[in-house]
Write a protein that binds this ligand. Structure first.
Ligand SMILES: [Zn+2]
Length: 316
């Protein structure tokens, strides 16, 4: 395998199907791309971990829901991390890389006081909003699920149960590797699908339902045996992990969707945003900027890039 291919599978989501079973899924790995997203943010570790898991989750959702455009997964909650946004762009054919950016709003003091930094402690109560925006000519879709002291994966499982009536189980993991000073994130999702064809061809509807349920319970039991480190370990890639887990029935992997970090911010977009204010307001922003008086400084929430303008720049 070439170096390129290895890099690709470190930042890719792979759809799969368990052979002769009514179960499909997605497995995702993020290495280079998640470090690109986190590097300029200086998030406290628990926040970075939550953001990395949210990105892994979004890539799983993005790969399982076929769409062209943007998928936005957002949480709005009462906990120390009051908002989390992952903005994911992809085309339904998976012909281009899935591109994502992410951002979190949090209270650093409250986080440092936490005894536990699991998802529920960080997020608290509120909601998870899943938006699919497929451009001007398509209606925007929005799904909302309660996120009340539960994990991101539990909330996503609720979403699939509610909006698609699909039994779904998700595992997410993210960890900072102290030796390499890098983040690794990963996730694995399985979904129950209708049992059909093959050895099931002569079965009654009730028998098919039973077969579907028993396939689902088997796959769920296997998913429960996965350790967090296996989802992110450098020594086991996504495909090897799938084969380890589901070797009894066999597993078929489909074409992977490579993932990469991106941001859409630009000086022009920031300039546009600032031009919405009055010149008086811009002068005030510049003179009252404690970091650099005389300059309006705007940081991008997603990539952390700083943009700088003078008020005179806008005066015409
Ligand atoms: Zn940016």
């Amino acid at each position: 395998m070439s170096d390129d291919a290895v890099t690709n599978l470190n930042d890719a989501v792979i759809p799969f199907r368990i052979e002769n079973a009514a179960v499909r899924g997605e497995i995702t790995r993020l290495k280079h791309s998640i470090n690109e997203v986190l590097k300029d943010h200086n998030y406290p570790k628990p926040v970075a971990k939550l953001v990395a898991k949210a990105v892994a989750l979004t890539s799983l959702l993005g790969s399982s829901i076929k769409f062209n455009g943007r998928l936005i997964v957002q949480t709005q909650t009462s906990g120390p991390v009051s908002m989390l946004v992952v903005d994911y762009h992809a085309d339904g054919e998976q012909k281009t890389d899935g591109k994502f950016r992410a951002s979190a709003r949090f209270d650093a003091d409250k986080i440092s006081e936490l005894e536990k930094t699991d998802d529920a402690s960080l997020l608290g109560e509120g909601q998870m909003i899943i938006t699919i925006d497929q451009g001007k000519n398509m209606q925007e879709y929005q799904g909302i699920v309660a996120l009340d002291n539960i994990s991101l994966e539990a909330a996503a499982g609720l979403y699939f149960g509610q909006s698609e009536q699909t039994l779904t189980e998700i595992r997410l993991a993210a960890e900072f590797d102290e030796d390499e000073a890098t983040w690794n994130a990963g996730g694995l999702m399985i979904q129950s699908i209708a049992a059909e064809g093959g050895s099931n061809a002569d079965k009654s509807e009730a028998e098919l339902k039973d077969a579907q349920l028993s396939d689902w319970e088997n796959a769920r039991a296997l998913l429960k045996t996965v350790k967090d480190f296996e989802l992110i370990s450098n020594s086991t890639d996504s495909q090897s992990l799938l084969f380890q887990l589901f070797h009894e029935k066999g597993v078929r992997c489909y074409v992977e969707q490579p993932l990469q970090a991106f941001c859409q911010c630009s000086p022009e977009r920031i300039e546009d945003m600032l031009s919405q204010f009055s010149q008086e307001e811009r002068v005030e922003m510049a003179t009252e900027n404690p970091k650099k008086p005389g300059f309006i400084q705007v940081g991008c929430d997603f990539c952390g890039k700083e943009y700088e303008f003078t008020a005179e720049h806008f005066a015409q």
